[in-house]
Design a protein around this ligand. Structure first.
Ligand code: GLY
Length: 331
């Protein structure tokens, strides 16, 4: 279980957490923006292209050169890529050491920075090599968001909206916070991040290795992942999740509470446009999704705030529903 400290401006906690770690990994963007935290850090190039076995080995090489021991703790100061690769380094160094997650992007604050899914990409497949290794501590300071680029905001917004569909309280908060979220209002974003952290940690504590309940965090991800991979990762992950959610919800509209669907679709359309990718291509990709069962494609659908359902479609049902859904979304 991860100890989570969350605050609007808790840079002193960030400093203290880093001082408690023997080694910090960050990226060149964060090192340039926050040099006070990166003086002795190992700096990787920002972006998904760094999430490779080579970068992992360079981190492990540096840890061993600096003589890190099993009792030492390391820190990940950055967004999703830094967290995923640093967490994985912590998972495998001396068969596992402690690590502290200090997420600096909205995506990492509401999703990847806690939960212990650590990985690198391999052979063109995202997160192909990885381990479940939860951070011992997470320090979530939303002040970091003041320097977040627009593209990263959109990315985090996708996962934030997804998480807010998982509880009545978070969903109400989201509905009442839409203008604040669009305007990046600090108090409003903080409340949303705090609520998402509660939901995510509750789910992860109940099902750390995704044997069941944790699958609810995959809303929008079947179509989202397929679009992301077919598109060559041109947009941010969260934007594909937004497209994935609107398409999957339209595909399974009969399973969703009408009032809820009527409210959530306009919200999704505020942040993303429907996909242009063909049904055939998306279906072909979705057929290799790890959630599938008996040759049927799995979609996780929120039927109402706080209640989800897994829907399984054959390839021909998927193609038919996708084509209809995209047509309706564009009309
Ligand atoms: N991002 C989904 C999960 O952590 O399970």
């Amino acid at each position: 279980m991860t100890e989570i400290v969350c605050g609007k401006n808790i840079m002193s906690d960030v400093k203290a957490a880093l001082e408690g770690c023997a080694f910090t990994v960050t990226d060149n963007n964060i090192a340039a923006l926050y040099p006070e935290f990166a003086a002795d850090a190992f700096v990787i190039k920002a972006g998904e292209s760094s999430k490779t076995p080579d970068t992992l080995l360079s981190i492990l090489d540096e840890m061993s050169r600096r003589g890190l021991r099993r009792s030492d703790r390391i820190a990940a100061l950055g967004g999703g890529v830094v967290g995923d690769i640093t967490g994985f380094a912590a998972a495998v160094y001396m068969r596992g050491i402690k690590w502290t997650s200090i997420p600096t992007s909205l995506l990492a604050m509401v999703d990847s920075g806690i939960g212990g899914k650590t990985a690198v990409d391999f052979n063109g497949v995202k997160n192909l090599i990885g381990a479940f290794h939860e951070p011992t501590k997470a320090v979530v300071c939303t002040e970091f968001l003041t320097t977040l680029p627009d593209r990263e905001w959109k990315c985090g917004t996708g996962e934030l909206i997804k998480t807010c569909l998982l509880s009545e309280k978070a969903y109400c908060l989201l509905k009442n916070s839409l203008s604040g979220l669009l305007e990046k209002d600090k108090d409003c974003v903080y409340s949303l991040v705090e609520e998402c952290l509660k939901i995510k940690s509750d789910v992860v504590n109940k099902d750390p290795k995704e044997n069941g309940l944790r699958k609810i965090l995959n809303i929008g991800h079947t179509v989202g992942h397929a679009l992301e991979s077919l598109d060559g990762y041109k947009l941010s992950h969260g934007e594909y999740v937004l497209k994935g959610m609107m398409t999957e919800f339209a595909m399974c509209k009969d399973s969703i509470d009408k009032k809820f669907l009527g409210e959530i679709m306009p919200v999704l359309k505020m942040f993303a446009v429907p996909p242009k990718t063909t049904a055939k291509a998306v279906c072909e990709k979705a057929r290799s999704d790890k959630k599938n069962k008996d040759e049927r494609i799995a979609l996780v659908i929120p039927v109402s705030p706080s209640d989800t359902k897994e829907v399984y479609l054959t390839a021909s049902q998927f193609t038919e529903c996708y084509e209809r859904a995209v047509k309706e979304l564009k009309s």
